[in-house]
Design a protein around this ligand. Sequence first.
Ligand code: C2E
Ligand code: CA
Ligand code: CA
Ligand code: CA
Length: 280
Amino acid sequence: AKAAGKDRQELFDPRLRHEQAERIRIVERLRAALDAGEFAVHYQPIVALRSGASVGFEALVRWTPPGQPPVGPDKFIPAAEDSGLIVALGEWVLRQACAEAAPWHRRHGTTIAVNVSPRQLAEPYFADQVRQALTDSGLPANALTIEITEGVLVRSGAHTELVLTHLSELRADGVRVAIDDFGTGYSSLAYLRDLPIDILKIDKSFMPVDPADAQQAALVRAVVDLARSLGLTTVAEGVETAHHAELLRTLGCDRGQGWLFGRPGPPAAASIRLSAESTV
Ligand code: C2E
Ligand code: CA
Ligand code: CA
Ligand code: CA
């Protein structure tokens, strides 16, 4: 009754009504786009800072409406999350990424990281969907990383137990769990305590803007030291300059991802990159 009352109220507020109509329109377009095959997965290399080798890729979804330039995920992931469409879209990305990355893993031993939204993790069949994607693609569990954000426990609400069960089950299979955008949430340290994870991705906002700024560097050092003392693999995001890479190497960060090493690109670009690396 409360929800119906809210709907009725919104019906009489022209501005809210417009916003709601707009949201429904976007979601309908996204659903049609999924059916029409307008989504693609792009891949950004994750590089071992010591050797410079591409040890894996992150899968990043792209939407190209016919006759229009590609739309970035920041524009449509929030609407997909609000509407629940992220569950279908996320499963599509997962299956696509496992299928495209399986031959890279076979030939070059690389891993693939897939972003998973809180809504997906709260689905009862999430772990089964991941296992099915692995079976169908032939990708071994230990070549897959799922990236979750610090908001996962808050936004999964009453489903926290289910989220933790999924993560534990998948880790028991060999899937790695990465905490994404580390340091941008409100209770990062509590998440390190409460979530079963293997990898910590340092958010790109921590990359020093000024190479000479000792405080900015000290903050990165603190995060890397914390992660290492917990036995986690560290990945720095937003590595844009040679100075960033040099600093991270000095601090003992394991891996880097960013424009310095390569922008996200179509699957063919990842293949070409791996072939070029293996012949040098
Ligand atoms: P994210 O998971 O933090 O992904 C990294 C983002 O940083 C990507 O943006 C990437 O293109 C960008 N990036 C990479 N290197 C650099 C750099 O050196 N400097 C800067 N400034 N940016 C860099 P993108 O592709 O626009 O994705 C944005 C966000 O959308 C992602 O952030 C992720 O949260 C979300 N996303 C992308 N694909 C998916 C998906 O399949 N499922 C879900 N649930 N979320 C996704
Ligand atoms: Ca990510
Ligand atoms: Ca991130
Ligand atoms: Ca992000």
